[in-house]
Design a protein around this ligand. Sequence first.
Ligand SMILES: Nc1ncnc2c1ncn2[C@@H]1O[C@H](COP(=O)(O)OP(=O)(O)OP(=O)(O)O)[C@@H](O)[C@H]1O
Ligand SMILES: [Mg+2]
Length: 221
Amino acid sequence: MNVLVFASRKGGSGKSTLAAHLGSYMAEHSRPTLLIDADPQGSLALWHEVRGARNLPLHVGSKHLGATLANARRDGVEWVLIDTAPIAEGSVAEAIWHADLVVIPMRPGLFDIDAVQATIQVCRDLKKPYAVVINAAPAKNGSDDPMVTDARGAMQALDVPTWAGQITHSPELSLSLAHGAGANELSSRSSGSNEIGNLWRSLTRSFDAIAAMTRKHAQSA
Ligand SMILES: Nc1ncnc2c1ncn2[C@@H]1O[C@H](COP(=O)(O)OP(=O)(O)OP(=O)(O)O)[C@@H](O)[C@H]1O
Ligand SMILES: [Mg+2]
């Protein structure tokens, strides 16, 4: 079972948006997935309620996370996506402790680049694999927008693994959520849908690499 945690101390960076779109992508591809809304704001739970579909189970709450994950594993869940509150301690640190991989969405802007560092530090302290995903970025015009180039440069200077792609700022991503859907369910050929698919494939490769590294460590121990 792979546990993916969406975390960032910065509010509005796109944690719930990415969790919902990736969750919908998983449901469409029939992968046994559990969503966990561990943020008292309840954004993911609201989306799930609007969705009203049964093909993507949801657990609400951040208490007893270990037991919830143990139950999920027993029930044959393969993927767990956990949305967290815009803080970097307490329940979020606990969710990160349970993570196999932490996704840190970041808008390309000075304040956002500054704010993600607290979350990165928690991941480093807990020795958890993490990756920054640039979200709500200006559209590419052949190459990255200068805002995105700056953000990548800042992450590189801090030695922060950053997804090579981007999730572009697009109304389609908000609109589909308002209908309880993901970009892929609204239109499978849209650019938002392609970007979410690319992100998912990249995350899967990261999980494979993490699993291979864990096996290697276990063999050499
Ligand atoms: N790529 C995007 N394109 C368009 N709108 C976006 C995009 N990403 C996020 N948004 C919008 O930005 C707002 C904040 O996003 P979201 O709620 O996912 O952030 P969050 O990190 O979960 O916030 P919080 O920390 O408050 O939980 C929402 O209205 C969402 O629809
Ligand atoms: Mg949220």
